[in-house]
Design a protein around this ligand. Structure first.
Ligand code: CMP
Length: 139
C-alpha cells in the first residue's frame, strides 16, 4: 500500500443542491486529505477535454452539457490507496446500484447527475490532476 493522489469533483448537481459540505465531511470522516481545491465553471470545451475518453459514448453531449451547467468543486485528495477508497466511498456510477451510505446513494439523482467524480486508476489520476492543477505531481 502506498500514498496516492486522486482527483475528486463535486459535480454541478450536488453543488446546486447544497451538498458540498456534506460530501467534504464524508471525505474528512474517511481521513482523505484535501491537498488542493478549485471552484470551477467549466466551459463545454473544457468538459469535453476532461471527459475525452468518453467522446464516442452516446451520453457524451449530455454529460459535457451537465458538467458545464454550473460551478463544480475540483479537489486533489491524498492518502493510502486513495483511488480505490474514494471509489468505494462514492459508490456505483448509477445510484440505483450504489451501496447504502455511499455518496451517490445519498446524493445522486441518476447515472449522469451522480454528485461526484473520482479517478478510476493511477494513469487517469495523473491526467485528471494535471488537467486542473498543471505542474502538480500525481504521486
Ligand atoms: P464519472 O464517474 O464522472 O465518469 C463518467 C461520467 O459519465 C459518469 O460519472 C456519469 O456522470 C456519466 N455517465 C456514465 N454512464 C452514463 C450513462 N449510461 N448515461 C449517462 N451518463 C453516464
Amino acid at each position: 500500500m502506498s500514498i496516492e493522489r486522486t482527483l475528486a469533483i463535486i459535480k454541478p448537481d450536488a453543488m446546486e443542491a447544497g451538498h458540498a459540505g456534506d460530501i467534504i465531511r464524508i471525505f474528512e470522516a474517511n481521513h482523505f486529505k484535501i491537498i488542493a481545491a478549485r471552484l470551477v465553471n467549466l466551459s463545454k470545451q473544457e468538459a469535453e477535454g476532461f471527459y475525452a475518453v468518453h467522446h464516442s459514448k452516446e451520453f457524451f453531449a449530455s454529460l459535457t452539457a451537465f458538467m458545464s451547467s454550473g460551478p463544480a468543486l475540483v479537489m486533489v485528495l491524498e492518502g493510502e490507496d486513495i483511488i480505490a477508497r474514494l471509489r468505494e466511498v462514492m459508490g456505483a456510477t448509477n445510484p440505483a446500484h450504489a451501496a447504502p451510505g455511499t455518496i451517490r446513494k445519498l446524493y445522486a439523482t441518476n447515472v449522469e447527475r451522480n454528485a461526484v467524480h473520482g479517478s478510476d486508476a493511477p494513469e487517469t489520476a495523473a491526467f485528471e490532476i494535471a488537467y486542473f492543477f498543471p505542474g502538480m505531481e500525481s504521486v
